[in-house]
Design a protein around this ligand. Structure first.
Ligand SMILES: C[S@@+](CC[C@H](N)C(=O)[O-])C[C@H]1O[C@@H](n2cnc3c(N)ncnc32)[C@H](O)[C@@H]1O
Length: 226
């Protein structure tokens, strides 16, 4: 492993805002704060917005600055990426954002009907493997367990196949689509929230790609793929 990564991993341990979870522990028993993150971690009763696969945490940081009255959590498996977001939260004393190092697969061992919105920013598209996509029925049914009633799922992607697959799943299951946009920056106006750019988004924009946005209410079990 590179020296830089080792230094980041060591520094990660000093950040209170970065909770590193072990798969084995989670499999043995759910996280002790499951169901009470707002009350026990953030010490309030505000909304929780969770980003899955947050990478360096730019979306979480941007949102936490726009909405100081909400709690923001970013989850990713890669400590070397989370380092950047956690360092910023630590150094800027941001009190409404935190990060979790874990696999997305364990979210229902970490949270329980307490998340108001889930953001997926530029997840791997898994072309040819729809069942592995973060908007597949398998994952959406997991999100249903951790979202509050009428919770929201928001997806930003450069991949049109992933965007149209996710929109198709939402339509097929009768979910209420709040927003669907095939070319985010082609709109007449863009909200500050939609305008936050992650590392991957900046890269895709530089390549001249269109950015797609989908936002829907996840309020029911999703039918499996045929
Ligand atoms: C394409 S990157 C996008 C990162 C960030 N959202 C952005 O827009 O810059 C996908 C991220 O998802 C994370 N990821 C992929 N599969 C994961 C899993 N099963 N559990 C946790 N994180 C995962 C990767 O580590 C990576 O940081």
């Amino acid at each position: 492993m590179g020296k830089k990564k080792l230094i980041r991993f060591a520094e990660n341990k000093s950040f209170d805002c970065l909770i590193e979870l072990d798969a084995k522990d989670l499999l043995q028993q759910p996280h002790e704060l499951k169901g009470s993150w707002a009350k026990s971690y953030f010490k309030n009763s505000r909304e929780i917005v969770l980003e899955l696969g947050c990478g360096r945490g730019e979306y979480i940081l941007g949102l936490s600055r726009l909405y100081p009255d909400k709690n923001f959590m970013g989850l990713d498996i890669k400590g070397s990426r989370l380092y950047f977001g956690a360092k910023e939260v630590h150094e800027a004393n941001i009190d409404n954002a935190a990060f979790i190092r874990s696999k997305i697969d364990f979210i229902d061992r970490i949270f329980e009907t307490e998340v108001d919105e889930i953001w997926l920013t530029f997840p791997d598209p898994f072309s040819g493997k729809p069942s592995r996509r973060l908007t597949s029925p398998f994952f959406l049914n997991r999100y249903l367990k951790i979202l509050k009633k009428n919770g929201i799922v928001s997806l930003k992607t450069d991949d049109f196949e992933l965007f149209s697959f996710s929109r198709w799943i939402a339509r097929e299951n009768g979910l209420r689509i709040i927003k669907e946009c095939e070319n985010l920056y082609g709109q007449e106006s863009i909200s500050a929230e939609e305008n936050i750019k992650t590392t991957y988004e900046a890269r895709f924009l530089a390549e001249g790609k269109n950015i797609h946005l989908l936002k829907f209410v996840l309020d029911r079990e999703i039918k499996p793929l045929k």
